[in-house]
Write a protein that binds this ligand. Structure first.
Ligand code: ADP
Ligand code: ADP
Length: 234
């Protein structure tokens, strides 16, 4: 489903004369249906890896293959199609603050050009699924952190993606809310057969939800495997 092969990603450093190596030869395979956790401290390269998976950036070296297609070889239009199959949720939600819950979830469907009536039905289903049907006409500022993330999840699922990328999706939430959001993600994973990729600095998140994991340090994967076997090691 997602293959990262010997990927190097460098950025020009602020002083302009050197480079920052964000990823330093990363090889990783994420299979269809995995709940894959990528864990590491700040600066390890996790966000860079996510941006490569959704084609927001291209590798300096190596290959990123999603659903059999090498991302850097896609034309602009193909890249847009590939991105529609990938949903994303964020630590700070990235909601449209001047629009209602319903309008936030409808947004990607409007971009995709669906007819109005179909959008209305789909948004109702999504809000029902994430437990926010009653708050459809509220504004994000009127919601709790957990409710905001539920809007983020509904919006990310709108175009029926194959992959959901979660960027520190529970890091702004308290432990109880975190548990309820992870529970929702688990249910969605089971019902929709979606592949989940989570990046987090919290090992507890990986333990709660993931079946496989990779540990990153300084732009490298230093450990990878089944969560059950990694945590059962002495
Ligand atoms: P993480 O998500 O694990 O915190 P990042 O992928 O954000 O790690 O960052 C990895 C390294 O790459 C860090 O040293 C960071 O400063 C650097 N980096 C990330 N994005 C950029 C960028 N756009 N320009 C310059 N350096 C960057
Ligand atoms: P958190 O629980 O992560 O603090 P918030 O919703 O308070 O979540 O804020 C998330 C981000 O969105 C912050 O960067 C904040 O500045 C921004 N934000 C929050 N409310 C609004 C708003 N009404 N209009 C614009 N930006 C907002």
């Amino acid at each position: 489903m997602i293959q990262i092969k010997e990927v190097v990603k460098t950025y020009p450093a602020r002083d302009g004369s050197s480079v920052v190596t964000a990823l330093d030869g990363v090889t990783l395979t994420i299979n269809r249906g995995d709940i894959f956790g990528i864990v590491g401290y700040s600066g390890a390269g996790k966000s860079t890896l996510l941006r490569l998976i959704n084609g927001l950036e291209m590798p300096t070296k190596g290959e990123v293959i999603v659903d059999g297609k090498e991302i850097s070889r896609l034309k602009e239009r193909e890249l847009r199609q590939a991105r529609q199959k990938i949903g994303m949720i964020f630590q700070h939600f990235h909601l449209l603050w001047s629009r209602t819950v319903r309008e936030n979830v409808a947004f990607p469907l409007e971009v995709a050009g669906l007819p109005k009536e179909q959008i209305r039905k789909r948004v109702d289903q999504l809000l029902e699924r994430v437990g926010l049907a009653e708050r459809a006409d509220a504004y994000p500022s009127q919601l709790s952190g957990g409710q905001k993330q539920r809007v983020g999840i509904a919006r990310a699922l709108a175009n029926e993606p194959d992959i959901l990328l979660c960027d520190e999706a529970t890091s702004a939430l308290d432990p109880e809310t975190t548990a309820s959001i992870l529970q929702l993600l688990k249910e969605i994973h089971r019902e929709m057969g979606i592949t989940l990729v989570l990046i987090t600095h919290e090992m507890s998140v990986v333990r709660q939800i993931c079946n496989k994991m990779a540990v990153m340090e300084n732009g490298r994967v230093v450990e990878t495997g089944m969560v059950s076997s990694i945590f059962s090691q002495p």
